[in-house]
Design a protein around this ligand. Structure first.
Ligand SMILES: [Zn+2]
Length: 484
């Protein structure tokens, strides 16, 4: 896991107008021009957030050059151990903020991120400082915004519009909304964007992850109007992928008990690390209704779920109080895999189609398919989501960048698989060992699923060399996979 890192985020406000300063966040580096065709077609919209910088520990004697009011009041945080002035310098230099903004700072919030993995969580120190009036000279990348405007951009998101990031919401805005109630305080969680809470829960999942994100959707206003007739399904709360292992089933039960009784449960696909807690949900709330694809339902054992089940095929609209969601059929990882679009915030919950770090694997034994995977990726791109939520790892705030990266990686793996076949590789093991020689051997098993599907995909495009025997390859795949 490594040791946690720290970050400092600064809320600079004008009390008389209620505005605060946001800065346009730097984009991740774009790929070389010759392979960036998709990237040029799809580009993420601008992301604005509080200015922030890494907060580094001071070597040697503690010191504190900047006085932070209220800093003593937080248990577990000793700001004198950190170089606050260097972090503030970085914020001012990086965003070209004028010196007139430096002033008195007060501790606004201290937030320890839940452990999404694979690395340790980030701990964020939020400071707040105020100005008497707006300054004349502000760099082009910065702007003043009211809280109402920022909440509007977050909660009534339109594809292509400016976006508001996590620091602004978690540090400054979420106290404006009535919900932000994570059910069980002992479970570290994160609410972003508004209405969606992620609870990373211990699960038996693939390395490098150790948790599955349990997603909880709740109404952000108290009066849930869950009788709306033009919806496929309505509820007062929605749980997604209760896949935690038995060690945390007691915590899951507490969470389910704290949720409204009119509960919908959606599972993106049947893998163990997405359904292991289903029986707990059903025991705590026998009236809960499970929504999932028929192919997934067929693979979920009776021991996990017995009653109230509704099949979805994609396109269904779901309402949770004032929150609207839409089921997206998203095959590729498996043939019953679905995603979910949170319409209010234009957030796409992608199941295992993407993961927070590294690349996703496809399950060739459960209808995983490379052509479907590419098509689903383009379907996701066309939705222009503002945020991607994977079930393993952190959320991603550069969805198009991420999805285009997945397309590029898959294409380049496919090209190297074809090359190793052209160079004489005949069996699954030969292809895997040549194509993934740069990858930890422990990952060869999941990689072998993908290789098999890439070879099918190459075959369907008539790209395999004439002397390559698909029968022999398939036989070697069966032998290899059944030996696991
Ligand atoms: Zn999976």
């Amino acid at each position: 896991m490594g040791s946690p890192s720290y970050r400092l985020a600064a809320a600079i406000t004008i009390p008389s107008t209620g505005e605060f300063l946001v800065v346009r966040q730097p984009r991740p580096p774009s790929p070389p021009a010759e392979e960036g065709e998709d990237y040029r077609r799809f580009v993420d919209s601008d992301l604005y957030d509080l200015p922030s910088a890494p907060l580094e520990p001071v070597a040697g004697e503690p010191r504190s050059e900047v006085a932070i009011a209220g800093a003593d009041s937080v248990a577990g945080l000793d700001l004198s151990r950190f170089d606050v002035s260097a972090a503030l310098d970085q914020i001012f230099d990086r965003f070209g903020l004028p010196d007139g903004m430096r002033g008195e700072w007060r501790l606004l919030k201290y937030v320890e991120e839940a452990e999404f993995g694979p690395d340790a969580g980030v701990k964020t120190v939020f400071l707040i400082g105020s100005l008497l009036s707006k300054l004349d000279a502000l760099p082009e990348s910065c702007k003043w915004m009211t809280k109402e405007c920022a909440l509007g951009l977050l909660s009534e998101a339109k594809p292509g519009s400016d976006r508001i990031g996590q620091y602004a919401y978690i540090g400054l805005l979420n106290s404006e909304l009535s919900s932000n109630s994570t059910a069980v305080p002992e479970l570290p969680s994160q609410e972003y964007p508004p209405g969606i809470t992620l609870v990373p829960m211990k699960s038996k999942t693939l390395q490098p992850f150790r948790t599955t994100n349990l997603v909880v959707v709740r109404a952000t206003n108290a009066s849930g109007g869950s009788t709306c007739s033009d919806f496929f399904a309505c509820g007062d709360a929605l749980l997604l992928d209760p896949g935690c292992s038995s060690q945390v089933h007691a915590e899951l039960a507490d969470l389910v008990d704290s949720l409204p009784k009119k509960l919908l449960v959606l599972v993106t696909h049947h893998h163990h690390d997405h359904i292991e807690g289903l029986s707990v949900v059903q025991r705590c709330n026998p009236d809960a209704v499970l929504l999932t694809h028929q192919n997934t339902m067929n693979r979920i054992g009776k021991g996990n779920w017995q009653i109230h089940y509704t099949a979805v095929t994609g396109g269904e609209k779901i309402c949770i109080g004032d929150q609207e969601l839409q089921v997206i059929y998203a095959p590729g990882h498996t043939d019953g895999h679905v995603g979910l679009l949170h319409v209010n915030t234009n957030t796409l919950i992608v199941g295992d189609h993407c993961v927070g770090h590294g690349s996703a694997t496809l399950d060739s034994r459960s209808g995983g398919n490379m052509k479907d995977y590419f098509e689903t990726t383009y379907k996701f791109l066309d939705l222009s989501p503002h945020v991607i939520i994977p079930m393993h790892g952190r959320i991603n705030l550069w969805p198009k960048h991420m999805l285009c990266g997945y397309l590029r990686n898959r294409r380049s793996r496919e090209a190297s698989i074809l090359q190793s076949i052209e160079n004489g590789a005949q069996t699954l093991f030969e292809v895997v060992s040549k194509t993934y020689s740069d990858v930890d051997r422990k990952l060869w098993i999941p990689a072998s699923f993908n290789v098999r599907l890439h070879v099918d995909h190459l075959n369907s495009q008539h790209k395999l060399p004439k002397d390559f025997s698909l029968e022999m390859f398939s036989q070697s795949s069966d032998d290899f996979l059944s030996s696991l």
